[in-house]
Design a protein around this ligand. Sequence first.
Ligand code: PMV
Length: 318
Amino acid sequence: MQETSTNGVATGTTHAKVIVLGEHSVVYGNPAIAFPVHSLQLHAEARLGGTGLNVVTPFHEPREEREETLALERQLSETAVTNTLEFLGVRPTGIEVSVTGMIPPARGLGSSAAVAGAIAQAVARVYGRELTRDERFELVQSVERVAHGTPSGLDAYATTEQGPIWFERGVAKPLRVLSQPRLLVADTGIVGHTSEAVRRVRELRESSRSAVDALLDEAAQLAADAGHDLATGDLVALGLKMNRNHAILSELGVSADPLETLVSASRQAGALGAKLTGGGLGGCMVALVDSEAAEQSVSEAMLAAGAKHVWPVHKEIA
Ligand code: PMV
């Protein structure tokens, strides 16, 4: 996250995130691995002036997103401003906050955390305050609770940290990787439902405790072993673990037909591994490829299979 502060105007920048292993299982205290998606950034600008609270985000201009998603994004943005002002103990007569850039909301890319993180930092900076990592985390979490009820905290870190993270039991640590893996994120174009998916897994666990715990334990082991694969650059092994993680998430009931279609298309086109990413029941999937040629053919295959967008995780696009 980079920020600037000059004369009553300040900015904050965050990015999307992609979970490569461990979503849902992370809710039960297991580890997860997430990478920043620097090609999808958000910039918040806070400006003191005017009267009252005036928040403008890209999501306030309804285009292709569902009305309820847009209403939630609006609520989140305003909550981020008011919670940050409350934390700072200030009551401005007027503040204008605008967010530019675009992370598609409700796709498992951490949009709500990224919006909250960028706004919190911009608002704090406009008062000359630099939030600590912990303060920023707590503010983002306070907003995430509006969106997800009981967020694990993964998104709050992953949308602000500059490199890949290992996240476990509320703590994020930088993850050592031998080289940046070639990851592609593809959007089904269908809104995901994180809180609904988290609820489904919890209910399934209540009715089938030992079977679900076995799946969650296996996902935890996959994440732990994948950390080793990334450290040693064993991408073939990593891809196999992503495939198995996807099967587990399907068994947990959080996949959806459009996700299955893109996962299959990417594997057939040569992906080393592919899985849904984030909450599921829609949203995005992530594929691992091993060359520029594979990146091209897998991207084309996913677009031909119905993906609305494909973003490279490993490339920084200004
Ligand atoms: O859909 P997202 O980007 O909010 O990711 C959710 C990840 C979960 O593990 C399903 C929930 C969580 O709080 O970690």
